[in-house]
Write a protein that binds this ligand. Structure first.
Ligand SMILES: *[C@@H]1O[C@H](CO)[C@@H](O)[C@H](O)[C@H]1NC(C)=O
Ligand SMILES: *[C@@H]1O[C@H](CO)[C@@H](O)[C@H](O)[C@H]1NC(C)=O
Ligand SMILES: *[C@@H]1O[C@H](CO)[C@@H](O)[C@H](O)[C@H]1NC(C)=O
Length: 373
């Protein structure tokens, strides 16, 4: 039984002046305009576009049973060609995915995809160096995944323009050259689960994230972050599971940086290779007992009791481990509290004295003759 539902979609042009009214009917659950020329093989796709008899290298296809079209524009020469391709009326304005790859486009201009509403947008390996704040304004309603990655000239991202993307679940801006992510701090994305900013050149502080109630994973691996906001950035992220800041020159972790509230599932906090030489008391506050704190390959030479004892004690009740592999600890009296307490060592991985002996291998009375009572 094919139920036909007619409705009208009004699109207000960017300048607010023009109003275009197109008639759609619901076919196989998808708004469909049967008056629009369609592809010979894929009835939910538009016809290919030719400019001066040359085909624009954007292609469209869809499955036989899931009719949402997917678009790939590969090796297009500039953004104008992409605009021309999408600035047409298509059989349906909905789409599964739009991928732009290997082009020599320099910018993502305003309303690049006109009124098209994909669930996923992916840009990779182009030459993008600027993104208009209104690049995806009409694209917003159904967007779940936004990926712009491997763009080696992209230094800026208009974070503020992402407010009110109602269904955005994944934001992946990895392997670009982003420098400043301060504006991420004011952003409200109520459905965001994954934030990936790995492999950039971010040289600012990691900002306080406040309006990301569904965030599960935050990763900013291998950048130039100078610090992590000490204003309790994680307290309001109740669903967070994975925190990864590997490979940033943080140097030290300040009191209150990782301060948790009601979270139950934090699997790991990875601070490997961050040049960390000091961890202030209370840097990890209200840690869960099942959380792994990974401090591999840092520059820790001592483990002050007022910073480290509470971390290890918390872990005693759960499966969490503190991993100190690749730190050369100077094993003298200020780590006697740890050498002497075999039960605390059950939560410890790695951690060798500068001479090579693992802390966990030392006899518990090893330092006692050297240290005054
Ligand atoms: C899109 O096409 C309309 C006409 O169909 C035109 O008026 C408008 O300028 C085009 N927009 C862009 C950004 O090219
Ligand atoms: C883009 O180029 C890369 C490497 O040259 C290639 O692996 C990839 O398949 C290309 N993308 C598409 C969609 O063809
Ligand atoms: C980063 O961006 C913010 C807000 O856009 C600005 O106030 C700040 O000065 C920038 N920081 C650097 C280091 O450029």
């Amino acid at each position: 039984v094919l139920r036909e539902v007619f409705f009208f979609l009004s699109i207000l042009a960017a300048d607010g002046a023009e109003q275009l009214t197109v008639k759609y009917e619901l076919v196989n659950g998808i708004p469909y305009n049967k008056d629009v020329p369609r592809d010979d093989n894929y009835p939910y796709c538009p016809r290919p576009l030719y400019i001066d008899n040359q085909p624009i290298s954007c292609s469209c296809s869809h499955n036989d049973d899931i009719y949402l079209p997917s678009f790939i524009c590969n090796t297009v020469s500039n953004a104008d060609e992409i605009v021309s391709y999408f600035n047409r009326t298509f059989p349906t304005y909905l789409a599964e995915k739009i991928t732009i790859s290997n082009s020599t486009a320099r910018i993502i201009p305003e309303n690049i995809f006109a009124d098209k509403q994909p669930k996923q947008i992916t840009w990779y390996n182009n030459r993008i160096n600027d993104i208009d704040p209104n690049a995806f304004t009409f694209t917003r309603p159904k967007l779940e995944i936004l990926e712009i990655k491997y763009e080696p000239e992209l230094e800026r991202f208009p974070f503020k323009s992402l407010n009110e993307f109602p269904f955005l679940r994944e934001l992946r801006l990895n392997n670009n050259k982003l420098r400043n992510i301060t504006d991420l701090g004011g952003l409200a994305l109520s459905n965001l689960e994954i934030l990936n900013l790995d492999y950039n050149m971010i040289e600012t502080e990691f900002p306080k994230l406040r309006f990301f109630p569904n965030l599960v994973s935050v990763s900013v691996e291998q950048s130039l972050l100078t610090s992590i906001s000490p204003e309790l950035p994680f307290k309001e992220l109740q669903l967070i599971e994975v925190i990864n800041f590997r490979g940033n020159p943080l140097g030290s972790i300040k009191t209150g940086t990782f301060s948790f509230g009601e979270q139950r599932n934090i699997q790991s906090i990875d601070l490997s290779a961050c040049g960390i030489s000091s961890i202030e008391p209370g840097a990890f506050f209200s840690l869960r007992s099942d959380t792994n704190v990974i401090l591999q390959n840092n520059a820790l030479t001592t483990l002050p009791e007022n910073s480290f004892r509470s971390i290890l004690e918390t872990m005693l009740g759960g499966t969490g481990k503190m991993d100190l592999t690749g730190n050369k600890i100077v094993c003298c009296c200020d780590i006697n509290w740890l050498v002497a307490d075999i039960s605390l060592q059950t939560s410890l991985i790695g951690g060798s004295c500068a001479g090579g002996a693992a802390i966990t291998q030392l006899p518990s009375d090893y330092l006692i003759p050297l240290c005054p009572a």
